[in-house]
Every structure is written in C-alpha cells, then in structure tokens.
Design a protein around this ligand. Structure first.
Ligand SMILES: Cc1cc2nc3c(=O)[nH]c(=O)nc-3n(C[C@H](O)[C@H](O)[C@H](O)COP(=O)(O)OP(=O)(O)OC[C@H]3O[C@@H](n4cnc5c(N)ncnc54)[C@H](O)[C@@H]3O)c2cc1C
Length: 462
C-alpha cells in the first residue's frame, strides 16, 4: 500500500469538491482531490441554471465559451393549468453545461497544485481518538478485487460526495438523526437537452402560449405543489432544454416520469443531445457542518436553495467560506478553526437557505388551484421571483413584505393558512443569523435544538 500525506483531502470532484480543492490549494494547502469516477465524468452531466453574477462573489470567472448553453434570457412562470403567468425579463440566469464548469474547476485546481486521484474506491477510515486521520482506497479496477491500494493521510478531510455522504455516514459526530434525509425532503429531477425534430410544431407550441423562443418557461405545480416542468426552446429552434422535478413521493410522478410524459405529448421533441438526473436534498442545511478533521460541503451538507432545488452556487459559496475560514491555520482540521466555517456559513447562506426552506415546505402543501391563487393575488411577483433566482433575501424586509402581500389576499382562509405557515420564516432567519460566533459546544447544542424545532414546525396537514 502506498502512503500519501496532505494537509487536506477532498472527496468528490463535483462542483463542491472541485471548488473546495481549488480554493484550499490557492490558500496555500497541499491538497488531494479524490473522485470515485473518472475526472472526466465527475459531477453533474446536465445543464443547470445559475445566477451569473454569483460567480463574482466567490472569485471565479463567470461562465464563458462552451460552458454556456444559454444566457441573457427571459423567464416566464405559469400555473399548472397555463392560465396564469408571470414574465420576468432577463433576471440574470445563465444555463451552464456542468461538465464543462466542473472540468474548468478541476483543471484550475491542478494548475494551483492540487494532486488528483480518480477512480478511487473508499475502503476504510482510520481515526486518532475520534478524529479522522486517514482513509484507504483502491484505485482503478472497478471490480474491486485487484487495483492499487493507497492510504491518504490528511489533517482535514472534506466530504463533497453529494447525497452519498461517504465520510459523513461513517462519522457519528456529523451524522446525527437530523443529517439523515427523509424521502419528503428529496427532489428527483431530470434535465435533458434535445433536438427540435419539427420546427413548425414547436413554433405552434410557443405561439399557443405567447412565448418567444429563448424564454425559459417554468410551469409550477404540475405534479403536486413542489414540482416544476421547465421548457426552453433555443432562439434558433435547434434545441429544447427540458427540466422536470418533483418530491420523492409515490403519489406524484418523478422528474424522469414527468419529462417522459411531456415528450409523449409533444412529438416535436427529438433525440436527446445531453442530460442526466438524480436526487437533490431539500431540507435545511445541516447544523453540524464539521467535526475535528472533517468538514462537509455541497449536497453532502444539504447546502441547497430548496425552493427550486439549486445547489451549485451554495456549494461554491460554502467551498469559498471553508477555505477562507481555514486559510493560514497550521491545523485546518482543528475544531476551533473549522468553527469559523460553520459560523460564517450559518450566519449568511444558512440563514437564507433555511428561511426559504420554510416556503419550500409550504409549497408542497399547495394544490394546483392554490398555486393559481398565488399568481392571482400577486404572491408570485417579479421582485419575489428575482430574489429567488438570485438566492437572496427579499427586499423590503421579509416580515414587511409578507405582511403587505397577505393584506392583498382576498381569500381569508387561504391568507390565514399562509400567514400561519410563513410566520416561521423571520424566526428561522434570525436564529441562523445568531449562530454562536465562538466555538462553544453547550451553546451550539442549544442553537441546534432550537433550529430543529423551527425547521420541523408543522405547516399544515398534507
Ligand atoms: C436534474 C437536476 C437539475 C438540477 N438543476 C440545477 C440548477 O438548475 N441549478 C442549480 O444550482 N442546481 C441544480 N441541481 C442541483 C445541483 O446539480 C447539485 O446541487 C450540485 O451538483 C451539488 O454538487 P456537489 O458537488 O455537492 O454534489 P455532486 O454534484 O453530486 O458531486 C458529488 C461527486 O462526488 C463523487 N462521489 C460520490 N461518492 C464518492 C466516494 N465515495 N468517493 C469519491 N467520490 C465520490 C460523485 O461521483 C460526484 O462526482 C440540479 C440537480 C439535478 C439532479
């Protein structure tokens, strides 16, 4: 068995892992990036929509060249029956080919000194006391019989293995009950870019709903309150991008089934060009993001904007926060050093993600008719949608905005239900903003208990 020693070992080379390795290497650490697939197949294989300007905040170049599938487009939201619509002109989304972005991050990481190991199968973890100290892998042969074995020692291991949570699962300190994602907090989604096989029929579809080519059309609540079917025909009518997602719930069709149904009803959708799918964790971000020797980033930590299942920017932002927090530390895996990451995350992104998660849980309870009411009463308005797309807290303040909106609802029963369900949003926001700044186990446990209570508030009968 060969032995390799690093300051930091990052497991998983999707967006979270590739960015973590890059930032940590640029911060001066000796970093290993370990991926179970070939690097050329790491991370998502589909197209994701991301708010372009968010790349500036983490110090990464905005998507460019072949990384871009579509940019600078309008978005139109429809109710499930296509009767209500909301047009949001050019909110700043860019559709990115995730393979190309992840490749760029991995390449930039190598240029910054990251050592890459792909096709690595995790075998066993080794601890010094309770602290993770080393991990054994077999490299190469997928059958797992032969292949080269190696041991990676590091002061800090970063679990970026997505929902698999390969390290998290084996470390009790970061795998509390709250860390286990339930089915009701999973979205199953599928994205495909396909050829347009019949331009006239495609044009007729767009004309019927008064949509210009290039517009991202998002139909809400087609399969239960938390579900969406998006359709985006390219400006030159050569391709159509389809995205479908819904909760993991036997009562509703899954994303792949919704996409199949759409294809079935629209024969102008031709051969698939690229795509893929998977499960997205929707719950509030984990309270415990670290333990001595380990940090969680990305889907592994539920760092997802759950209202629309977007995890790319939260993953990149968390990766940045981790590297900023540990930069300059002689032991990047020490508890008090890692605390700075958890505190920075919970007080900013965590507060925002957990707050919107209350809305996501409420949205699951909405019927198609109630989603129509959300449009009709102006509860789905341009400012709200833009805040969601940018993954920012709404302005004016959350409680002022909610009160003003609810006053406009001319359906007392619905307004009361909404007011009750969403009353927890400002409380959650404040609670995360007040995450203990200094490493203090007792204070953290009190914070965690209250966070669990707030996140679990019963919103309404399902
Ligand atoms: C169909 C679909 C559409 C989506 N659309 C959007 C969107 O429009 N916008 C957006 O922001 N987000 C979107 N998302 C969510 C987004 O793709 C994820 O949140 C994001 O990819 C999470 O990144 P990650 O690096 O944490 O995890 P992943 O992308 O899952 O990467 C994890 C990596 O870890 C590797 N790995 C797993 N186990 C091990 C192990 N034991 N050892 C080593 N490596 C391991 C995997 O092979 C993989 O490469 C979508 C998701 C889906 C499924």
């Amino acid at each position: 068995m060969t032995l390799h020693k690093f300051d930091v070992a990052v497991l998983g080379a999707g967006p979270a892992g590739a960015a973590s390795a890059l930032f940590l290497s640029r911060a001066g650490f000796r970093v290993a990036l370990l991926e179970q697939r070939a690097f050329a197949a790491a991370g998502p294989s589909w197209v994701n929509a991301v708010y372009a300007a968010a790349f500036d905040d983490v110090g990464l170049a905005r998507p460019h060249g072949d990384e871009i599938d579509a940019a600078d487009f309008d978005v139109t939201f429809f109710s499930a029956d296509m009767q209500m619509r909301l047009d949001v002109p050019k909110p700043g989304y860019v559709n990115i080919r995730m393979r190309a972005i992840v490749d760029r991050l991995i390449r930039d990481g190598f240029a910054a000194g990251v050592t890459g190991f792909d096709e690595m199968r995790l075998q066993q973890l080794h601890f010094t006391g309770e602290r993770l100290a080393a991990a054994d892998f077999i490299r190469g042969n997928p059958a797992g019989q032969s292949g080269e074995s190696c041991r990676i020692e590091a002061k800090l291991f970063v679990d970026c293995t997505g929902l698999a949570g390969a390290l998290k699962q084996q470390i009790a300190a970061v795998n509390s009950l709250a860390a286990n994602t339930q089915d009701r907090d999973i979205c199953i989604a599928q994205q495909e870019n396909c050829e347009v096989s019949d331009v006239d029929a495609c044009r007729a579809f767009l004309t019927r709903y008064n949509i210009l080519p290039g517009t991202l059309v998002s139909i809400l609540g087609t399969a239960g309150g938390y579900s969406t079917m998006s359709v985006q025909v390219s400006r030159d009518f050569s391709e159509v991008g389809l995205l479908a997602g819904s909760m993991k719930d036997a009562r509703y069709p899954s994303g792949p089934q919704m996409l199949k149904q759409f294809r079935g009803g629209h024969s102008w959708v031709g051969k698939r060009i690229l795509g893929g799918g998977g499960s997205i964790p929707l719950n509030a971000p984990l309270g415990t993001l670290t333990a001595p020797g380990i940090a969680l980033v990305g889907n592994a930590a539920n760092q997802v904007f759950s209202t629309h299942g977007s995890g790319v920017m939260p993953a990149l932002q968390a990766a940045r926060m981790l590297s900023d927090a540990v930069a300059g530390a002689s032991d990047p895996g020490a508890a008090d050093v890692l605390w700075k990451y958890t505190a920075a995350f919970q007080r900013s992104m965590g507060a925002m993600l957990a707050t919107y998660n209350i809305f996501r849980r409420f949205s699951e309870t909405l019927s198609a008719d109630e989603i129509g009411k959300m449009f009709r009463y102006g509860l789905m308005n341009e400012a709200m949608m833009i805040s969601g797309i940018r993954q920012q807290m709404p302005s004016p303040s959350l409680s002022d905005g909610l009160n003003a909106l609810l006053a406009a609802v001319r359906d007392p029963a619905f307004a009361a239900r909404m007011a009750k369900a969403l009353a927890g949003m400002p409380l959650v926001y404040l609670h995360y903003r007040n995450f203990p700044e200094k490493c203090n186990e007792a204070e953290f446990l009190r914070w965690q208990r209250r966070a669990e209570e707030l996140n679990a508030t019963n919103l309404s009968p399902r």
